[in-house]
Design a protein around this ligand. Structure first.
Ligand code: G6P
Length: 369
């Protein structure tokens, strides 16, 4: 097992550090930046389904559901078609309104999650075209889908999902761009720009990983917190949910993710000097609005840990701690902002002496209801 961990103390840390390569492996062979082309056989073979779909419905559980939420923001923006993201466990038991005009995307790292499997079977029965996004090759969900695309993250052993999340977002970004191109919703030059930006992501993830030591210092300060609040807006709202989930899963600290503006309708009541609030405040994502959310937290004495774009000045003056990530187009920022949040939960869990790779009560893949 020590050999499998490749010199890292835990699989989770190894998998966090594998993300630049995992993302590269996921887009390798699929992008022709110079020609503005994306090759995904599973989409190419059924492009009419995607072009004519009245709606996309994404089904998933856990971290994969969060990747689905990011995809909702990305695909709606690019393709201009409504996208719904459903917990597979809810979808399957409510006689969902779905038919042959819908395209369903089932996202699952393991490809074995019982609820996701049952939900996609139901969607198939009702006539929908089902596309699978799985990591494990030959898994049940990948076989049950009409077509699909694999993430090429490699084996993910840590129960808390990390590289599966970022590679799912990568595949779904490619899918969104491809369908947008097929529907004439994106110009060749814009597509080219997106692909160039995506090609640079692995290097930027490397850069984001350099925050590790700084994140560890922050973990030391907050490791005894009993609650944490995570806030983000737009593309980074799902990242706030995912950051909170990571902390809960492995450190057993209660954490909640919220859309930053929704804070005033509830969570703000919890804020005092004992409440760490992690805010994603990157420059292109509703920056001014997030800055005013930060001011609201500060005036209630909350402790602010902000994820900012390199070179940020304004938030730096307000926050107790800032963690920088490289500049990137807004829709791809989840691929970077999620990195320090993974590291933060990892370090806190290690400092608290928890079993990082196999947290209590959780399973890597939930094959029963
Ligand atoms: C379990 C795992 C999570 C995972 C979820 C969905 O709860 O502990 O890490 O996100 O299942 O798994 P899937 O394999 O379908 O992505």
């Amino acid at each position: 097992e020590q050999i499998e961990k490749g010199g890292y103390p835990h699989f989770m840390l190894k998998e966090i550090y594998e993300q630049p390569q995992a993302i590269r492996d996921t887009f390798r062979g699929r992008m022709r930046e110079n020609k503005g082309m994306i090759k995904m056989a599973g989409v190419d073979d059924h492009i009419d389904k995607f072009i004519n779909a009245k709606r996309l419905v994404i089904l998933a559980c856990g971290t994969s559901w969060h990747a689905g939420l990011v995809a909702e923001y990305i695909i709606e923006e690019l393709v201009r078609v409504p996208v719904e993201v459903e917990y597979a466990s809810e979808f399957r038991y409510r006689n969902p309104v779905i038919d042959k005009d819908d395209v369903v995307i089932a996202i699952s790292q393991s490809g074995e999650t019982a609820d996701t499997m049952a939900a996609m079977k139901l969607a198939k029965e009702k006539g929908a075209f089902v596309f699978g996004v799985c990591n494990v090759v030959g898994s049940s969900i990948s076989r049950e889908a009409h077509a699909g695309a694999y993430t090429h993250a490699g084996p993910e052993i840590g129960v808390a999902s990390t590289k599966a999340f970022t590679t799912q977002i990568t595949v779904l970004t490619l899918l969104g761009l491809k369908v947008a191109k097929a529907k004439g919703r994106i110009s060749t030059s814009d597509l080219h720009m997106h692909l160039e930006e995506l090609r640079l992501i692995p290097e930027k993830v490397e850069e984001a990983l350099k925050s590790n030591d700084h994140v560890k210092e922050i973990a030391e300060v907050y490791k005894n917190a009993s609650n944490c609040l995570y806030l983000g807006r737009g593309f980074n709202f799902p990242v706030a949910l995912e950051g909170a989930l990571k902390l809960k899963e492995i450190s057993y600290i209660h954490a909640e993710g919220y859309p930053a503006a929704e804070m005033k309708h509830g969570p703000i009541a919890l804020i005092d000097e004992h409440m760490p609030v992690i805010v994603i405040a990157t420059r292109r994502g509703h920056y001014d609005k997030v800055v005013s959310n930060i001011q609201e937290i500060k005036s209630r004495k909350g402790k602010i840990i902000a994820i900012v774009t390199q070179g940020d000045v304004t938030v730096k003056e307000l926050a107790d701690h800032v963690i920088e990530v490289p500049e990137v187009m807004d829709s791809m920022s989840p691929l970077l902002t999620t990195i320090p949040l993974q590291l933060l939960s990892y370090h806190i869990a290690v400092m608290l002496g928890k079993n990082v790779d196999q947290p209590r009560n959780l399973a890597k893949s939930v094959t029963v209801e």
